[in-house]
Design a protein around this ligand. Structure first.
Ligand code: NAD
Length: 440
């Protein structure tokens, strides 16, 4: 779906006009291409006194071949875990004030903290909570494709940060900004090859015939997974094309059929024996204000977007088809966070997906299975191409990147959740929305 305004604004005459009129200037974002280095330039790492993460982080970056010497940087990382009182927050100013202008376009800002709920005193928890304001403001202030995130690392999980640092520094997180991510001390495995972290894994992607689901299937396959691409029988041709392209298999199933969970479990048990990664992407909208909505619209949206996922998870878990190290990923939406006019059914189902993550994460920890969700904002797909033009333009521009995201941006975020090295990442809902103003 083409964003003609962004193309124009990035052309020679367009750039000048956009600047003169003070219009939004969508930067061209750094997205990952196979063979790219982790980051194109050096990354500066500094810490508040007493920080516990800067040394492990420096060691990770050094081993990955990332330099820390330069006058301009592709990344600024500040270890704020040493901050135990609001008066120490000045160290954020002392780091970001002189270095703000040294960040290159599509730069990455990462602030590392201790989750407030794991802090030892109310003073420390207050100061750690304050980090969110700085990070989210930097995301809005720096522009030029900069992303800014706050990563809370529980004490004891210092060694579990590599997959997250790699995701956030790379072009894979181009459309993720202003997020708060939590890493805990769960089991994880380092991949032999960071370009193919999913080698040997079996992944199911629902709604894989087109749009975001097709992109998820392609990215998981690129990262090494054997993908089972699932969609409705009516989408059979498109589904077969995706599956053939990625040397995966196509499986036609209506997820809402009464026998779907059992049939899916039988199919997986017979053909693959297990599912390491399950991505519940299939979703529908049936918009109407609640006063005008017939019961069918309510029922079908809730069933596809939420209840069928619960039924499928329950059967796969009960039949032990998701092994230790398993990864469950849901696709929510910023409508599930902010609510949306005409979408009571959709927003309820998507808020439910967030509820599923929050309620299941602690239950699955003993089995070393993680569960997370992405919450996409405005993504350029058939769904958003059909929106009325004014709403579509508002969705595209009302975020820190002044543009819509691409299906691949959602897919890359899911691939990070799915990595065997992301065992400490569970219970997270990460928005892929370019820091949209909706629900912020
Ligand atoms: P899409 O309509 O292009 O694709 C959805 C796919 O799910 C289709 O191929 C469809 O056949 C399949 N599907 C629907 N019901 C099914 C069922 N009962 N059984 C099996 N397959 C079924 O949508 P998309 O834009 O790619 O969105 C994918 C997901 O991302 C959805 O969950 C959607 O709610 C979410 N999302 C999208 C956006 C966006 O901007 N496009 C924003 C937020 C969230």
């Amino acid at each position: 779906m083409s964003d003609r305004y962004a193309t124009f604004a990035n052309s020679g005459p367009g750039r000048a006009l956009v600047k003169r009129l003070g219009l939004p200037a969508p930067p061209s974002l750094r997205r990952h291409r196979p063979g790219d280095p982790l980051v194109p330039g050096p990354v500066l790492v500094e810490a508040a006194a007493g920080g516990r993460l800067h040394e492990p982080v420096r060691a990770i970056l050094k081993a990955a071949g990332v330099s820390d010497a330069g006058e301009r940087y592709s990344g600024l990382i500040f270890d704020a875990t040493g901050i135990t009182d609001s008066t120490d927050l000045k160290s954020l100013y002392d780091f970001f004030h002189p270095n703000a202008r040294a960040l290159l376009p599509s730069g990455r800002v990462i602030v590392l903290g201790t989750p407030p709920e794991a802090c030892e005193s109310p003073r420390e928890a207050t100061a750690q909570r304050a980090l969110e304001g700085l990070t989210r403001s930097i995301g809005k202030e720096f522009g030029r494709g900069t992303t800014a995130q706050l990563v809370y690392v529980t004490p004891g999980a210092e060694g579990a940060t590599e997959s997250t640092l790699r995701f956030l520094l790379s072009g894979r997180s181009a459309y993720v900004s202003g997020q708060v991510i939590r890493i805990g001390p769960s089991a994880f495995t380092m991949p032999a090859d960071w370009d193919r972290p999913l080698d040997g894994k079996v992944a199911l992607v629902t709604g894989a015939a087109r749009g975001i689901g097709a992109a998820i299937a392609r990215v998981l396959a690129r990262d090494g997974a054997q993908v089972v691409a699932l969609d409705m029988p009516a989408a059979g041709d498109a589904l077969a094309d995706v599956a053939n392209d990625i040397r995966g298999t196509a499986y036609q199933l209506d997820l809402t059929a009464a026998d779907a969970p059992g049939r899916l479990a039988d199919h997986i048990a017979d053909r693959h024996g297990r599912l390491d990664i399950v991505v519940h992407n299939a979703g529908i909208t049936r918009d109407k204000t609640i006063a005008r909505m017939d019961a069918d619209r309510w029922d079908s949206v809730l069933d596809v977007n939420l209840s069928s996922q619960e039924r499928i998870n329950d059967v796969l878990l009960a039949r032990d088809l998701i092994p230790h190290g398993g990864r469950l990923v849901g696709v929510a939406s910023i409508a599930g966070i902010a609510g949306n006019r005409g979408q009571t059914n959709y927003a309820t189902s998507k808020a439910g997906v967030i509820g599923l993550v929050e309620s299941m994460a602690p239950v699955l920890i003993d089995r070393e299975i993680t569960i997370n969700a992405v919450a996409p904002g405005f993504i350029e797909t058939r769904m958003t191409a059909k929106m009325p033009v004014m709403l579509r333009e508002a969705g595209r521009r009302m975020n820190s990147m002044s543009q819509g995201g691409l299906p691949v941006d959602v897919a890359e975020t899911i691939a990070w959740f799915a990595s065997p090295a992301s065992g400490g990442v569970t219970g997270n809902v990460v928005r892929v929305c370019g820091q949209s103003l909706l629900g912020a």
